[in-house]
Design a protein around this ligand. Sequence first.
Ligand code: PAF
Length: 312
Amino acid sequence: MQNYSFFCYYSNNHYSFADLFFGQWTDCRLHMRIFKERKLLTQWLRGERSAGKTIGFVPTMGALHAGHLALVHRARRENDLGVCSIFVNPIQFDKADDLATYPRMPAKDLALLESAECDAVFCPDTEEMYPEKVQKKFDFGHLDKVMEGKHRKGHFNGVAIVVDKLFNIVTPHRAYFGEKDFQQLQIIRTMVKMEGHQTAVVGCPTVRESDGLAMSSRNARLTSEQRKEAPRIYKALLKAKQLFPAQSAEATQLQVISDINASPLLEVEYCEIVCPDTLLPIKQFRNGKVAVCCVAVYAGTVRLIDNLAINS
Ligand code: PAF
């Protein structure tokens, strides 16, 4: 384990990060605050806000990569304070297996956040986030009936519930989300309007590996063979962008599916070309009308998603 230690605010005592996660103490103190209790985070933020500071927030489920860190850097640049949360939200998983195997690496995450100069991190446990049974049901109409929503029942309700709760706790001025989770971004924008949050939702460009694969916590679960094949996804999207002006959406989708499925290690779950605001299908290229091609692909049991605006 690296020799990192952080201030952790837990029932008014200071615990080191190492103590919390490994039952050991180290003695180097860095500047990031770690909160496990919402009450203490809220208290601290209230003080900062009344001193006139703005808060930029990055909600995550951990297993952080350069994509998350780009969000943290932007939150720090555009606000006085950068706050991040790490919480693997059980109610947004539709498969117990997927929840159980979701990568968890808290030591590395906290070290990365500290090096990104994140000011505070909220890492609650499930009881802290959900002291009572979750009942709330959002009605997103068409937005959660397609693509991810269609294939992962209840997923977006779970995402909306946790982000709504996190926004109530952190009350950020701005919150930062990656455009890789394109449909999630539309759902969160809609939830923010429904719930009257005063937070500006900022969508940030997908960060890619040098071979084009969109960064994702799930990439850590790919075998080396699957990892070699996975960049086909982005290549197929780039080809769709070239082809779309001259052919129908349907032909473009079929091309994307066949390019990706040409690898025996990859299998497309869906490929849709949609309007970014309504997520309604787009049938034909039209000058000036943005269309986004969205895909979900299985590499063994690992599910990868990606998207690209194909007529911008
Ligand atoms: O995108 C994610 O990592 C999660 O869906 C989010 C927004 C942190 C909610 O759990």
